[in-house]
Design a protein around this ligand. Sequence first.
Ligand code: ADP
Length: 180
Amino acid sequence: MSSSNKGPVIIITGTPGTGKTTHAELLAQESPVPLKHINVGEMVKQKNLYEAFDEEWQSYTVDEDKLLDELEPLASAGGIILDWHTCEIFPERWADLVVVLRCDHTKLWDRLEKRRNYPLKKIQENNEAEIMEVVLDEARSSYPQEIVVELQSERTEDLESNIQRIMQWIEAWKEDRDLA
Ligand code: ADP
């Protein structure tokens, strides 16, 4: 990180349904430094950053080059939360902190079942991905281990303690910059 007054880039990742958006929204509200929440899936839809829409899976095939071009200036400016179910496409240099949310797979199933137009095969795929720790493995193989944090997101108390923990990290990060 070169510039001293640039805000952090925090990636919040995890299997769909683990609570990324819930965490990102709360963190953006409570953070002691300004953080803009970027829901990457929504951005892909709104800015047409996809190659196609797959009817069967009800999901977009992302145009990764376009997405990275769109995000590059935001990541360079800093002060953002990237909320997405995958993280390995983001360059290592972007990330200051990578939070991987985890949830018991039966609980995850119940959450995903409540989503409208969410195909059963997608619930099954995500359920399996959570059991196999796919996103955690991806985060660990893409970023230095000291910036990857795995957090449980099963109950409201988890949400609150996770946000507290991330805020403590931000405070420490801020102090490091102020002293630099
Ligand atoms: P994601 O962005 O990872 O797909 P969401 O933030 O949309 O997940 O959360 C999915 C559902 O699970 C929402 O109904 C949300 O309220 C609930 N949820 C997420 N995290 C928690 C938590 N720690 N405790 C209780 N409910 C949660």
